[in-house]
Design a protein around this ligand. Structure first.
Ligand code: HEC
Length: 398
């Protein structure tokens, strides 16, 4: 089986889940007992991703301090497995691999759990998601005001897609820190970015007078819990109990304040649902997650002809082409022009001489040193194939 990068752009989180070689396994009742015998519970945390975590412990980060509190309640020492955040994407493969027992800041969300089916998430310890961030001189707190002027977003996050669908001009950045820089230089006045990062940056750069609104659309709200292996239900229960105590004692609130954690509430004034996106009924793909298919190796039936083998790998039904077109508009349009017609220096992708597989390989790996991004960090395998099918459906240029 191949390792497929599954990218989840959820709330403050984007994570790469590697699905290779893992078995779901039966429920494991003795996790807590096992941990007690070592006297230690291990947290996988990003080495340098404040406000989540920092290996320098100065400060340790919101996730780390909450984990320390939980460990104390469980009468366990907290150990660390530091992992490198991959371009801001949080790798939770280590949890699958058994390098640690918990990974924090995962959405308690039905769509996420469906995709990451070997994981489970505890009750939330904060309500994360995407918040409206405004510069000091922003004239309005209503995003609609910036619809044509442009709203800054992190590229390939949920707001990037949603605002695009709603006809907003988006300004794309890599990470919330870059958005804040753009606000500082006056390039943008409004943004829709991960609330935890936005709160932290506003908190640590008070001189900029940034405002983070605690009201956001319901669709952008994700309760965040501890991620753990699904079979370790006894650990989940113990953590839930510890979290309830820490909340009741006021300690959790203290930590939220220390890190400027914004407690997001839905615009309509109602309380956020504890089980996020359970409503998920809105016909569109309401998933906060943007997850690749991690298909098991298809036991590919012997195909009669090359054409049907191609069709199996790159389905070209109208729905796939349409999806490919919409993804193309989001990811490729800016460089390769509308409908594949290049605006100048970038190749006209319609003229690409290679076959579907060769084009897929380029899209996946990019030609990074020549300005073509590697898309497997951002798009799922299915999505990249849909884009290829769309481009291949276009008439070749004269
Ligand atoms: C930031 C600009 C940029 C974006 C965004 C971009 N590309 Fe490219 N792309 C390039 C550049 C530059 C090249 C030429 C690289 C080279 O010189 O080999 C290229 C080359 C290609 C090629 C090879 C063309 C050929 O004839 O050799 C394909 C196919 C391609 N891009 C597809 C895509 C797809 C699909 C997307 C969206 C998922 C995309 N690109 C997004 C800049 C971009």
């Amino acid at each position: 089986m191949r390792n497929l990068n599954r990218i989840v752009s959820a709330a403050a989180v984007s994570l790469a889940v590697f699905a290779a070689g893992l078995q779901a396994g039966p429920a494991d009742a003795g996790t807590l007992e096992r941990l007690k015998s070592y006297g230690k519970i291990t947290l996988c945390a990003d080495r340098d991703l404040l406000p989540h975590s920092s290996s320098t412990m100065d400060p340790p980060g919101f996730d780390v301090e909450v984990a320390q509190e939980v460990a104390r309640h469980l009468e366990l020492e907290l150990g660390f497995q530091w992992v490198a955040a991959f371009k801001g994407q949080r790798a939770i493969r280590n949890l699958y691999a058994g390098d640690c027992d918990i990974f924090m800041g995962l959405p308690k969300d039905k769509d996420f759990l469906k995709e990451a089916f070997r994981l489970d998430v505890t009750e939330p310890y904060y309500t994360g998601g995407f918040a409206v961030l405004l510069s000091k001189d922003a004239p309005s707190t209503n995003l609609e005001h910036y619809k044509t002027k442009g709203v800054a977003v992190d590229i390939m996050t949920v707001p990037d897609f949603r605002l695009f669908e709603r006809g907003f001009e988006r300004k794309l950045y890599h990470g919330t820190a870059k958005v804040v820089e753009a606000m500082k230089s006056g390039e943008v006045q409004a943004a829709l970015v991960p609330a935890l990062e936005a709160g932290w940056l506003a908190h640590t750069h008070r001189e900029l007078g940034l405002r983070v609104l605690d009201r956001t659309e319901k669709q952008y709200i994700y309760p965040m819990g501890f991620g753990l292996r699904k079979k370790e239900q006894d650990l989940k229960q113990a953590i839930n109990e510890a979290l309830a105590k820490i909340e009741a004692s006021g300690r959790l609130k203290e930590l939220r304040e220390k890190y400027g954690v914004v407690d997001l509430k839905p615009d309509d004034g109602s309380k956020p649902e504890k089980k996020a996106a359970v409503e998920g009924g809105s016909g569109e793909k309401a998933a906060p997650t943007q997850v690749a298919e991690a298909k098991a190796d298809p036991a590919a039936p012997a195909q009669g002809s090359e054409a049907s083998a191609l069709e199996a790998d790159f389905p070209s039904d109208p729905a796939s082409i349409k999806k490919g077109y919409s993804l193309y508009k989001q990811a490729c349009y800016k460089c390769h022009g509308p409908n594949g017609v290049s605006g100048g220096t970038r190749p006209d992708v319609r003229a690409f001489a290679g076959d579907h597989y060769e084009m897929f390989a380029i899209v996946q790996a990019g030609v990074v040193d020549r300005g073509m991004p590697a898309w497997n960090e951002y798009l799922t395998e299915t999505e990249m194939k849909q884009i290829v099918v769309y481009i291949k459906s276009l008439p070749k240029p004269e």
